[in-house]
Design a protein around this ligand. Structure first.
Ligand code: PLP
Length: 388
């Protein structure tokens, strides 16, 4: 029999995070700090907007690039950050931020193109780059430098084949937020080497302690080389709705629209109407942010009080990325044993890239009560605590 699977499919592997969730399923009392998903329900106003849309007949295909009102709402939303995009031609509504990243990579990456991503970094970029035939090139970031992307580390890895840089600030998994000055330095490297930038801004509303969000797409010289990705998932607790958007130069958005036509046709119609409402009215965003911030502080204090664990203060997203080297365990051993012995799900830093070894990721998208219990269990578990 001929090989059934395409070479591409044969090479695909499941991300390390999923494997952990499968394993956790056998512990009904497990506390889940693994998944990067808001625990809040979608704000009722947004649900009502979708209900209204369904009653009003938003039950059909929409234009491939999305409903005009959703694109206009996205354009007005971007303008808050100083990004100007024409909703008619420079914005596409996608199936989640994931759909936007996928479409962008398919339209920008040729076989052999190198794409710079930081290490550690959200797992799906590397897989999606490979699906586009590209080569992920990792740029290490270091705890001693607050996991900030260092322009010189970036520049050192640029070759003739480098096409694109993926930026993700606020960052998954480190919680790092790039400053305006850092973005300017990165932007000038992109201009000097004629690179495109995919700026994944899905956590841009989740900033704490006075940190401010800046988009590289707002730098005038970067407008023509930046594709911004954003989503309703994290900001409005809408992960299951699968609505996001991309904004960028029209030549790129036009091709992403053709790709979307041939893949899913369009994002769900009522979800797009709900997204238009959400980006215009921003319901509950401030309240959810305040709750995440209180959880972050609770988790940080608790983690830093456990022998063998040290955690820097993350300024954004909803992840803590503590150093667990003091426990003497690898990040995989730490997570496996913590799950088996104390039924707490956290993710090994090594699944985000080799520079993530020695760290674990905890998502604080869970209640304060659950975080307190998890901290107690981690304290009980910690091999260093046992020695001390
Ligand atoms: N980008 C980053 C950095 C993420 O962490 C995620 C989800 O975890 C996404 C994009 C995708 O989000 P969605 O497809 O739900 O909008």
């Amino acid at each position: 029999m001929k090989q059934r699977l395409s070479k591409r499919a044969a090479e695909m592997t499941q991300g390390g995070i999923r494997a952990f969730f499968d394993k956790a399923a056998q512990y009904p009392d497990a506390i889940h700090l693994g998944i990067g998903e808001p625990d809040f329900p979608t704000p009722p106003e947004i649900i009502e907007a979708a209900e209204r849309a369904l009653r009003d007949g938003y039950t059909h295909y929409t234009p491939n690039a999305g409903l005009p009102e959703a694109r206009e709402a996205a354009a007005d939303y971007l303008a808050r950050y100083g990004v100007r995009r024409d909703p008619a031609e420079e914005i596409i509504i996608t199936c989640g931020g994931m759909g936007a990243v996928f479409a962008a990579l398919q339209c920008l990456v040729d076989p052999g193109s190198e794409v710079l991503i930081q290490d550690p970094q959200w797992v799906n970029y590397a897989a999606q780059i490979r699906l586009a035939g590209g080569v992920p090139v990792r740029v290490p970031v270091y705890e001693e430098r607050d996991f900030r992307l260092q322009p010189e580390e970036l520049e050192r890895r640029i070759t003739d084949r480098t096409k694109l840089l993926i930026l993700n600030s606020p960052n998954n998994p480190t919680g790092m937020v790039l400053t305006e000055e850092e973005l300017a330095a990165i932007g000038s490297i992109a201009c000097r080497h004629d690179l495109l930038v995919l700026s994944d801004e899905v956590y841009c509303e989740l900033l704490y302690g006075g940190a401010r969000f800046h988009s590289i797409g707002a730098i005038p010289e970067m407008a023509e080389r930046t594709v911004i990705v954003n989503s309703t998932s994290k900001t409005f607790a809408m992960t299951g709705w699968r609505v996001g958007f991309a904004a960028g130069p029209r030549e790129i958005i036009r091709k992403m629209t053709v790709l979307q036509e041939n893949m899913v046709s369009c994002a769900p119609a009522a979800g797009q109407a709900a997204a238009a409402y959400a980006f215009r009215h921003m319901p509950n965003v401030r309240q959810m942010r305040a709750v995440y911030e209180a959880r972050r502080d609770l988790l940080l204090e608790g983690l830093n009080a456990i022998p063998g664990i040290a955690c820097r203060r993350p300024d954004g997203a909803f992840y803590a990325f503590p150093n667990i080297r003091g426990t003497g365990l690898t990040s995989l051993e730490f997570c496996e044993r913590l799950l088996e012995q104390q039924h707490v799900v956290v993710i090994p830093g090594s699944s985000f890239g080799s520079c993530g070894e020695g760290y674990v990721r905890l998502a604080y998208a869970n209640s304060e009560e659950a975080l307190r219990q998890a901290l107690q269990r981690i304290r009980r578990f910690s091999p260093c605590a046992a020695k001390s």
